[in-house]
Design a protein around this ligand. Structure first.
Ligand code: GDP
Length: 359
């Protein structure tokens, strides 16, 4: 899928950079271009991307300090500048635009849903969101912001791929300390998914096409991406179990949104040397995923890559009914209930309608 990425906020900019670097290192060329948007000059400066500073007249390059309502207002006021920066990058061959943001902060949390809405007005290609959910140990403000942002994002975007910071928390390591590793790991999943339909070698019947990724995402709502890999035996015949077990581990331990295994649709991509990909294994894995997710529609295909390993990338869409999302929403509701008195109107509206009608 030839995509243009727009990172909003600090996490958005860093994750967009990680994705662009992964795509370039692998030589995929799926990410056609990428920019970063922020209200804070200091967060834009270290990024190796073209950047757009918004909200200058309001916050003078100092950021919105976790105020996602201000983040949304600023994006609303300055969206023309962002659209102008995006326009020359969305060439005729671009198949999707992906807006990337951390949902717990201010600029990305408030700005991403507004930007997705504006981009959807202008472009016919799908506009997807890639949103980072705060870990359960992050403060109440992050949970509240993310709950609000998620609701709007899911409504505005063609699909919202979620990455849960808790999915990568290794014991004893703080979320903050592990960002670089988390971002790389997230970039691998999403980078492979975007590149899956772009294979240039060994194109055959079983090779996955971009349209299959787009059609799987068409189910809309929330999505998760899993990844697993293992060394491959020499021949396809040796790799029946390798294929089934990598798909299983992509879903059971490698999902960007852990335990989000109730899904409306799925896609299983097996990446590796086509000579070593077991058709029987791929078919078995697809059937297993159908049963595991309760989804009638699980697509599948190969992503030919020159490697002595086999990898599985699994996309699940319509995961909003999963326990993980319910747990996150409960955290957000609780944080709202515990919120100090300021902004009673917004908090009340959120608590009564917004989160509840999400599901
Ligand atoms: P903004 O700049 O106002 O949009 O705020 P941030 O992007 O810093 O959003 C804060 C949220 O993003 C928190 O939940 C953080 O845990 C998360 N976050 C910040 N930086 C990163 C990062 O580099 N990677 C990941 N995965 N999450 C991040």
């Amino acid at each position: 899928m030839k995509a243009v990425l727009v990172g909003v906020g600090q996490a958005g900019g860093k994750l967009t950079t990680a994705l662009s670097e992964f795509d370039a290192e692998m030589g995929f060329g799926a990410i056609r271009d990428a920019i970063a948007v922020n209200t804070a000059t200091a967060d834009l400066e270290p990024l190796p991307l073209d950047t757009v500073l918004v909200g200058q007249s309001r916050v003078n390059g100092h950021g919105v300090g976790g105020d996602n309502e201000l983040g949304a207002e600023v994006m609303d006021e300055d969206s023309i500048e962002v659209l102008d920066a995006v326009a020359p990058r969305v060439t005729a061959d671009v198949e999707a635009i992906v807006v990337v943001a951390g949902l717990g902060g201010g600029t990305g949390s408030g700005g991403a849903p507004v930007l997705v809405r504006e981009l959807s007005r202008v472009y016919d290609v799908p506009v997807y969101a890639l949103g980072v959910l705060p870990g359960r140990d992050e403060g109440a403000m992050y949970q509240v912001n993310a709950g609000r942002s998620l609701k709007t994002l899911v409504r505005e975007a063609d699909a919202t791929i979620l990455l849960d910071n808790d999915a990568w928390r290794s014991s004893g390591e703080s979320v903050e300390g592990g960002y670089a590793a988390i971002n790389e790991s997230m970039a691998r999943r999403v980078g492979l998914l975007l590149a899956a339909g772009e294979a240039t070698q060994g194109v055959g019947e079983s090779v996955v096409d971009t349209s299959e990724v787009i059609n799987t995402l068409r189910a809309g709502g929330m999505a998760a991406v899993g990844y697993g890999s293992a060394p491959a035996g020499e021949d396809a015949g040796d790799n029946v179990n390798t294929v089934t077990s990598t798909v299983r581990s992509a879903v059971m331990t490698g999902l960007s949104l852990p335990s989000a295994t109730t899904a409306d649709a799925g896609l299983v991509v097996i990446a590796g040397d086509p000579e070593r990909i077991s058709r029987k294994g791929a078919e078995k894995a697809r059937k297993w995923l159908q049963e595991e997710t309760g989804s009638m529609q699980v697509r599948g295909g190969d992503f030919p890559l020159d490697s002595d390993r086999l990898a599985a990338v699994v996309l699940l869409t319509g995961v909003e009914r999963s326990d993980r999302i319910e747990a996150f929403l409960e955290r957000a509701r609780q944080a709202i209930r515990d919120e100090p008195e300021e902004e009673p109107d917004a908090a009340e509206a959120f608590q009564n309608d917004e989160i509840d009608d999400l599901l």
